[in-house]
Structure formats: C-alpha cells, structure tokens
Design a protein around this ligand. Structure first.
Ligand code: THU
Length: 162
C-alpha cells in the first residue's frame, strides 16, 4: 500500500483589475449575462462566458424548470451553444460568476460535477486546456489553468475501448 498525494495549483486574485485584459473582459461578459438568467426556483443567477480561439465570446446563463432536473447550468448553456455553432473552434477559457436573490456570494462560484464532466469532454476533444476563471460577487477570483485540476480521475474516452 502506498499513500499517493495529488495536488493542484491555481492563481488567486484580489480583484478583477488584477486579471489580464482578456480574462477581465470574459468576467465582465459573465457578469452581464447573469441578469437574464432564468432561475425563479433557486434565485441563484449564474453567468458563464467562454472565449473561442477566434476571439469570439459566447455567453450563457442558468435556465431552470418547474421539473427541477430539466433545468440546466449556465456553463452548459454556453458550451453547448458554442459547440453547436462553432464545432471546430477550440475553447480557450471560461469565466463563471453568479448573483443570489437575497444574499451576497462571497466565494468563487465553482462548476457542478456535470459541468466539469462536460468541460472535460470538450477539453479532451480539442486536445488543449481550457482555462477556468471563477468569481463570486465579492471576494477572491480563482484562475485554474486546466479542467484536469478541477476534475482529477476524470472518465476518459479511452476507458470505453478494450
Ligand atoms: N448553477 C449553474 O448554473 N452553474 C453552477 O456552476 C452552479 C449551479 C445553477 C443551477 C441552478 O439553476 C442554480 O444554479 C442553483 O443550483
């Protein structure tokens, strides 16, 4: 038996103005799209903005449903739209943020497990890392350089092969 240590590195910034210009722009777009999220049940409004390799920015927000599991997260709205419209464009980075109806989100908003798995799919497909930028309403901003770091032990397509 061996004890194995797994560690990750990420960058933490105190404020949006400390980010580089492209990341700052992406966070601002994610913040803008929060306002049209459809989240009448959770009142937790999430925005995601992703940058394609051609520089285009695609945004999405969470879309809830009275049959709760039929709703979908902001990240997947943006990623699936990008993949549908620009299937050959690599995703360079994605910024995620949120606003709540009745409290202030003080910690960076982290993608759920399903969104991590979806990010992993497109990162594997494009064979280049997707940078992830996480922000709450206040507090630190975290920048993670690859999906590998937020989904260790991810399920790979090779595992379907004999
Ligand atoms: N949600 C997202 O859109 N992205 C996340 O990263 C976390 C959760 C949504 C799903 C649901 O509409 C609401 O936030 C509360 O979970």
């Amino acid at each position: 038996m061996q004890k194995v240590n797994l560690s990750i590195n990420y960058l933490e910034y105190d404020q949006i103005s400390d980010l580089d210009l492209k990341d700052r722009e992406l966070v601002i777009e994610a913040e803008k799209i929060v306002s049209t999220a459809y989240a009448p049940y959770s009142k937790y409004y999430v925005g995601a903005a992703l940058r394609l390799e051609n520089g285009q920015i695609i945004t999405g927000n969470n879309q809830e449903n009275v049959a709760y599991p039929s709703g979908i997260c902001a990240e997947r709205v943006a990623i699936f739209y990008a993949s549908a419209q620009y299937p050959d464009q690599k995703i360079e980075s994605i910024a995620i943020t949120a606003k709540a109806g009745d409290f202030v989100i003080k910690n960076p908003v982290a993608p759920c497990g399903s969104c991590r798995q979806v990010l992993a799919e497109y990162q594997t497909k494009q064979k280049s890392p997707i940078k992830i930028i996480l922000k709450g309403e206040t507090g630190k901003i975290q920048v993670i350089s690859s999906v590998d770091d937020i989904l260790p032990f991810m399920f790979h397509a090779e595992e379907l092969k004999k």
